[in-house]
Design a protein around this ligand. Structure first.
Ligand SMILES: [Zn+2]
Length: 404
């Protein structure tokens, strides 16, 4: 059941709305411009602005003189007002980032997980790495909003737990949110990796090009983060975005689900490598990354047979993108992920061509493929942005009182 807004919640909504406009503008925004863009009265806007300045979230920039009128004082974000930590749990490497309010990475660390460790030991290690990241950066903990964790699904959002991610056996059924909060003393949010990546892209999307978009995440598995009306789509249980069983190749390899040519198996890194080197390989996730990089280099260097492997993979990805585009009418595709960065140079030209030549697009605009705006590890950065987003993005849903 939905109920109307109450006054304190509206205050918060107005505050986050104004802060959102300020932080998306590098030069800052004046009070009069903010009033115009938000529709808030000058008095309300003035109160909101004063509160943001008092809290140290925004600062007044140097006055701008334009024409004969009164000089305008732009309000600018104070990026160091708050910080967030992001952690990406991946089969190959755990990545840790510390970001400021702009999503700028201030500190970054990678640690290879030891899959033989039990959950308690893994948790203690995560907490230690997060703490040492904060200590090393010299950030005051009072300004740290919390820790976001991105993990492969499926997750249990209500309990903040990882269920049974196939590639992270040691993490099965661990109540990560509460356990990591207890170990670090900081609030923790847990999100599926593809959703976190989409949240991160939306956070840094200054021009708001991604209001209807999909984030294709190509890592150890493939998944899609969706945005509708500039809001990440989580779904009922936080597990939206599993596209592994969309059939993209009629005669493709057999999937464990019983179908042939599912996207997950069609574009799996293992398949690319097996076809590229002409033999099945058994490799760890970290080895797969470097083997993919070597394979991509061979294609870039002109190996026609290897190039065809990437071309076929691109066609499979394009087919899935077109199907999702037709369903969502989301014509912008962001693509990235730990494995993608290794193969982008070899595959993106094929992918652009396959999208341009597709005759199955039923929406009225072509599909635009864009690279990620997030440096380093997308999901880790997305996880940190999750914390910022939770605190500082104005969404009408925040106006609702949630019945308990
Ligand atoms: Zn399948």
């Amino acid at each position: 059941m939905r109920r109307g807004s109450n006054l304190p919640a509206v205050g918060t909504y107005n505050q986050t709305l104004v802060l959102d406009l300020i932080r998306r503008s590098a030069a800052g925004v004046s009070r009069s411009e903010l009033a115009e863009r938000t529709g808030l009265s000058a008095q309300t806007l003035s109160n909101v602005a004063r509160k943001l300045v008092d809290e140290g979230m925004v600062v007044e920039g140097p006055p701008i003189v334009a024409g004969k009128g009164k000089p305008r004082t732009p309000l600018q974000l104070n990026p160091q007002a708050r910080y967030a930590v992001g952690i990406h749990l991946d089969p190959a490497v755990d990545t840790f980032v510390l970001v400021d309010m702009r999503g700028t990475v201030l500190a970054h660390a990678e640690h290879a997980p030891r899959h033989t460790d039990g959950p308690q030991h893994l948790l203690a290690t995560l907490a230690r790495h997060a703490n040492s990241l904060l200590d090393g950066a010299g950030v005051h903990r009072d300004r740290v909003l919390g820790i976001g964790v991105a993990a492969p699904g499926p997750i249990d959002v209500a309990r903040g737990a990882l269920l049974e991610p196939p590639l992270l056996p040691a993490w099965h059924n661990v109540t990560l949110r509460d356990d990591l909060r207890d170990a670090t003393g900081l609030p923790v949010m847990v999100e599926k990796d593809v959703v976190a990546a989409m949240v991160g892209e939306l956070w840094v999307d200054a021009d708001q090009q991604l209001s209807e978009a999909m984030f294709f995440y190509y890592g150890a598995g493939v998944g899609v983060g969706l945005a509708v009306d500039a809001t990440p789509v989580r779904g009922r249980t936080g597990n939206a975005g599993d596209v592994a069983h969309i059939v993209v190749e009629a005669d493709g390899p057999l999937c464990h689900c019983g179908q042939r040519g599912c996207l997950g198996v069609a574009v799996a890194p293992e398949r690319l490598i097996a076809e590229g080197v002409g033999a099945d390989v058994v490799a760890s996730p970290a080895q797969l990354r470097s083997m993919l990089g070597d394979l991509a280099q061979r294609a870039v260097d002109g190996d026609a047979a290897v190039s065809r492997v990437f071309e076929r993979t691109a066609q499979s990805l394009a087919r899935a993108m077109v199907i999702i585009n037709n369903l969502m009418d989301a014509d912008v595709v962001v693509i990235g992920g730990a494995m993608w960065s290794r193969i982008a140079a070899a595959i993106e030209p094929h992918l652009r061509r396959a999208l341009a030549e597709s005759t199955e697009i039923t929406t009225t605009r072509a599909i635009t493929l864009v690279g990620t705006q997030l440096s380093t590890d997308i999901a880790a950065l997305g996880a940190a942005c999750l914390v910022l987003d939770g605190a500082f993005t104005a969404r009408p849903a925040g106006l609702m009182i949630t019945p308990r």
